[in-house]
Design a protein. Structure first.
Length: 504
């Protein structure tokens, strides 16, 4: 959990540094390159690394399972590199980015070796060596952040950055193979074991093949309709804080464990109250987070990304509404009941609706159409999962679904957040003009947003306290949930896409 948090901080800082240090068009090109790379590597991994979590704990001769993963991912990496080399010129024309093909060799190297080095942390975690996995996780994410930012800060440009991170992936691949081949005893190859691994991985891979393109389709369509500079604005508008994944994922996993215990004890009906309690705890964090980011969006965007990206504020306010979806860990509840087919079906339906919706709204509304289409698709996904809950929980009436919603605590959190926004706006009026003379640099622009955050937090805690709610108690419950959670799977290339894809 510590490694996951530190990694989230590191990977969040990278685009913030690059957004300030790079020309806006070059930053847009950087985001386009990694949109291609992340999409390819997420799909072509096809659930193969996750098979180690299932098979290694169940055998004393794990070497063939490890070798199978290494070979399969090396092949997937070769396919990814070939696709980048072949498709990048066409994608450059599609994205109105004529310079994109200039980076195809570096991107192909990065994507290919990124896949080949993919199973390193999952190998150690599946063997119960979580400390070693965490160290590797932090070391390689830190090195990747340095490889991406240092060349830009030295003025060497995007070409140097791409080759720097590509070279790091080559080194990581060599390290992965060196540590993996001796990590477990057993034969070097086992055909029956390979068939079992593929049978396990293919359903997960099918879900990834649907989920990842669907989740990022709005970025592809926007990039195809607008130049790299406007795409850079759009990506800032879609920025999501990692706090959602940091709390949502472990809470979901603990919920799954407890639902399983209730089912085994013959008390499945109590799962409704358990879910409502988890949703209430998440609401006390996510509702104020959403309210603050929407109200303080101009100061937040200027402080984090710089004044060049202020046109992204309306997009950011709309996309931030997705934080509220994190209050309902529906996927964990369905996974705990073995309803993975229902989750896969929701992906299929979302994809079928997302394609025409994104194309229509981007064409007619522009950048805002891309954000709205993504938000609608995410809301639809939650609705589809809700429709499966009566059967999963064996409810006698669909009206019993209302018991899953923490209406009382949700209203308390909403009231406290609303009062806090009002207090923050009054504070902004009182200090209007006092921050205008400060330099428009990262450090100095933190003062306005920091003062807003301080006033908002103080007001929120006071209003909750007046309602009889102790914030420290809520946070301590969340902390205990995280501590007893099962090991968290290593994150995929984009923290937002991986959280959704992990539901199977």
């Amino acid at each position: 959990m510590v490694a996951r948090f530190a990694s989230a901080v590191i990977t969040t800082v990278v685009p913030l540094v690059l957004a300030r240090a790079m020309p806006i068009e070059e930053y847009g090109t950087y985001k386009q390159l990694f949109l291609i790379g992340v999409t390819l590597t997420s799909v072509l991994a096809f659930g193969v690394p996750q098979s180690l979590y299932y098979f290694l704990p169940r055998t004393d001769h794990g070497r063939p399972y490890i070798i199978h993963v290494l070979v399969l991912l090396a092949g997937a990496g070769a396919v990814a590199a070939g696709l980048v080399l072949l498709a990048t010129p066409w994608i450059g024309e599609l994205f109105s980015a004529p310079r994109l093909p200039e980076y195809r060799y570096a991107l192909a190297t990065y994507a290919g070796f990124f896949l080949a080095a993919g199973p390193l942390e999952s190998l150690f975690t599946s063997q119960g060596r979580t400390g070693l996995a965490a160290v590797n996780y932090l070391v390689w994410d830190t090195l990747r952040a340095a490889a991406m930012t240092v060349p830009i800060l030295l003025g060497l440009g995007l070409h140097a950055t791409m080759w720097s991170v590509a070279a790091l992936m080559v080194v990581r691949t060599l390290a992965t193979w060196a540590m993996a081949v001796t990590a477990a005893p057993g034969p070097w190859w086992n055909r029956p074991a390979l068939r079992a691994q593929l049978a396990y991985a293919l359903p997960f891979g099918a879900a990834m093949a649907i989920s990842v393109p669907q989740h990022s389709l709005h970025q592809w369509v926007v990039s195809a309709h607008f130049d790299p500079a406007l795409f850079a604005i759009y990506t800032v508008g879609c920025f999501q804080l990692p706090i959602v994944d940091l709390l949502y994922t472990p809470t979901t996993e603990v919920l799954m464990v407890h639902v399983g215990e209730l089912e085994r004890a013959g008390r499945l009906a109590d799962a409704v109250g358990l879910f409502r309690d988890a949703a209430a705890r998440l609401a006390f964090v996510f509702v104020p987070t959403c309210a603050f980011l929407i109200a303080a969006a101009p100061a937040f965007i200027e402080a984090i990304f710089g004044p060049r990206f202020l046109p992204a504020v309306p997009l950011f306010r709309v996309s931030t509404l997705a934080v509220l979806f994190g209050c309902f860990p529906l996927d964990g509840l369905l996974r705990a009941r073995g309803e993975t087919r229902a989750i896969l079906l929701s992906y299929v339906v979302k994809a079928a609706i997302t394609v025409p919706l994104v194309l229509l709204l981007v064409e007619t509304v522009g950048l805002m159409g891309g954000v709205v289409s993504w938000l609608v698709a995410e809301a639809l996904g939650k609705i589809l999962l809700v429709g499966r809950l009566p059967r999963a929980l064996q409810l006698e009436s669909p009206r019993q679904l209302l018991g899953l919603v923490p209406f009382r605590n949700g209203l308390r959190a909403t009231l406290a957040a609303g009062v806090s926004v009002a207090a923050m706006l009054v504070w902004d009026r009182l200090i209007a003009g006092h921050f205008m003379s400060l330099p428009h640099t990262f450090f100095w622009r933190l003062f306005p947003v920091g003062s807003d955050a301080g006033v908002f937090t103080l007001a929120y805690v006071m209003v909750l306290h007046a309602q009889g709610i102790r914030v420290l108690r809520v946070l301590s419950l969340l902390r205990r949930q995280r501590l007893v959670a099962p090991p968290v799977l290593p994150a995929q290339p984009d923290p937002g896409e991986a959280a959704e894809a992990s539901v199977l």
